[in-house]
Design a protein around this ligand. Structure first.
Ligand SMILES: [Zn+2]
Ligand SMILES: [Zn+2]
Length: 261
């Protein structure tokens, strides 16, 4: 399989995964930007077969309604509570019936992919990380979580590639001008993973099968890609785990395309 992040951060999230079928994980991207990004990858929105939804926050779903209006053949997979929330906000989706509900920790098939959803601690009605397997390759996409559990590490450590949240630097968060209540929300157990938490998780993943971690959902207000990267590399260096390849994802440009066998 091949995976490319199209956009990542608090203004939108969308990842393109392709094997025999083409999947988007989240649609926090406009139809126009989705198509222009997919064109760079020699694809288009009409070629998408399925969408997996992590949760209802708008940075993950704001492009879903217009995508499904133009491409109603797309199958959507979501948690049932999350879908209820989405259809209350995006009313045209209430009549969309090509939706399938997954249960956490219960593998399901999407074309040639086997997908397992893991439940995150996050302040949405419910929130998923996904593990996607196809043709011997295994990929984890894990963002929007206040803490990462031992169970999630157990599941992710068998993935060759993991997109892992590296949302904020704690000092930058404290001085970025956000109200105190928002700072507590972001750094709390149901908020977002900090650079420190991500760095420690990378050390644990590097001890197993994970070869590549892509730092994801990097905040534009309380983090910088170079700050996130150097925090993770420092922790890997101390732990003697620098064999782990660390890449970045971006809000405004495509990430690197990774082939996973
Ligand atoms: Zn969220
Ligand atoms: Zn988010």
């Amino acid at each position: 399989m091949k995976v490319t992040n199209l956009t990542s951060g608090s203004k939108g999230n969308c990842t393109f995964v392709e094997s025999n079928i083409k999947i988007l994980v989240d649609v926090g991207i406009s139809y126009r930007n989705l198509n222009s990004n997919l064109k760079l990858l020699e694809s288009s929105a009409e070629n998408i077969d399925a969408v997996l939804i992590t949760h209802e926050h708008s940075d993950h779903v704001f492009g879903l309604e217009s995508l499904l209006k133009k491409c109603p053949h797309i199958k959507v997979w979501a948690n049932s509570w999350v879908w209820q929330k989405i259809t209350k906000r995006y009313l045209a989706l209430a009549n969309f019936d090509n939706v399938h509900f997954f249960e956490y920790n219960m593998p399901f098939s999407v074309g040639d992919f086997t997908v397992t959803a893991l439940e995150n601690f996050h302040d949405s009605v419910s929130c998923a990380s996904f593990i996607l397997s196809s043709g011997g390759g295994k990929l984890g996409i894990c963002t929007d979580l206040g803490i990462i559990t031992d169970y999630q590490i157990e599941m992710l450590k068998t993935c060759k590639v993991v997109y892992l949240e590296c949302n904020h630097d704690l000092e930058m968060l404290a001085s970025c001008g956000y109200p105190r209540i928002l700072q507590s929300r972001i750094s709390g157990d149901c908020g977002h993973l900090s650079n420190d938490q991500c760095a420690r998780a990378c050390v644990r993943l590097a001890s197993h099968s994970t070869k590549v971690v892509v730092l994801s959902h990097i905040s534009q207000n309380s983090n910088l890609p170079e700050v996130a990267y150097s925090r993770v590399m420092d922790e890997l260096t101390i732990a003697n785990k620098t064999h782990l390849m660390v890449l970045l994802s971006y809000q405004n440009k495509l990430g690197k395309t990774i082939t996973i066998n």
